[in-house]
Design a protein around this ligand. Structure first.
Ligand code: C5P
Length: 218
């Protein structure tokens, strides 16, 4: 089975407040793109790695990773679609990963690859929700408290049979999905879960860079 990884790195990272797009922010001297790319490039069962980068940073992304680099779109979903369009014809399965989760451990990639290689249509790494979760209305009043024992927080890489993900993208009603497995769910596919990891946290807000400095220094 030939398995490829698509690393999406074409977001602006506005919430991070940095001067460069998030994937090009440096932590202890290396970009988030380099940290994420190394983890996939070194995986023995992954044959190809495609980086989806901002259109004005294709050369920079290529220089940092040596990977195949394609231009992203206006939304995450459009960026994933651009990566799917760049896959070689004989790729059977694909992992889609947010470069913002730059410190994903190899063990999580292993679990996702194993599930895909075992024939799963779609697989996502998840963590238990530790905060109490409440629904609130527009007036900032609490509507109810959700039973968190049935909830999980979803990470990446998400793994898919290539034909399932391509069909789910083609059938998508809009291009605003923040998660590829959601498209497969809407399409009627089965999504299974494996354990994620704390180190796979998504670097989104300035505080996350403080944590990233600590993780990178371990
Ligand atoms: O914005 P957010 O943190 O949810 O983005 C998740 C991932 O999707 C990031 O790695 C980001 O670079 C990527 N992305 C993209 N193209 C976009 C928006 C986000 O590749 N248009």
């Amino acid at each position: 089975m030939r398995i490829a990884a698509i690393l999406v790195a074409a977001g602006s990272g506005q919430r991070l407040g940095a001067e460069v797009p998030k994937a090009f922010c440096r932590v202890r001297g290396r970009t988030l793109l380099e940290y994420a790319h190394a983890r996939f490039a070194e995986h023995p069962l992954l044959d190809d790695v495609i980086v989806v980068a901002p259109a004005d940073r294709l050369d920079e992304a290529k220089a940092l990773t040596g990977a195949v680099v394609v231009a992203g779109g206006a939304t995450r979903q459009a960026s994933v679609a651009a990566g799917l369009a760049a896959l070689d014809a004989d790729v059977d399965a694909v992992l889609v990963h947010d470069v913002a989760r730059a410190f994903v451990p190899a063990a999580v990639i292993d679990r996702v690859v194993a599930a895909v290689a075992g024939g799963a249509d779609a697989v996502i790494p998840v963590r238990a929700v530790t905060d109490t979760i409440k629904r609130v209305d527009d007036a900032r009043r609490v509507v109810d408290t959700v039973d968190r024992s049935t909830l999980v927080a979803v990470q990446t890489p998400q793994g898919f049979r290539r034909d399932v993900l391509v069909a789910a993208h083609a059938a998508a009603a809009s291009d605003a999905a923040t998660d590829d497995a959601g498209l497969v769910e809407s399409y009627g596919g089965t999504v299974v879960v494996v354990d994620g990891a704390d180190e796979s946290f998504k670097i989104t807000h300035p505080w996350d860079l403080v944590v990233a400095e600590a993780v990178a220094g371990r």
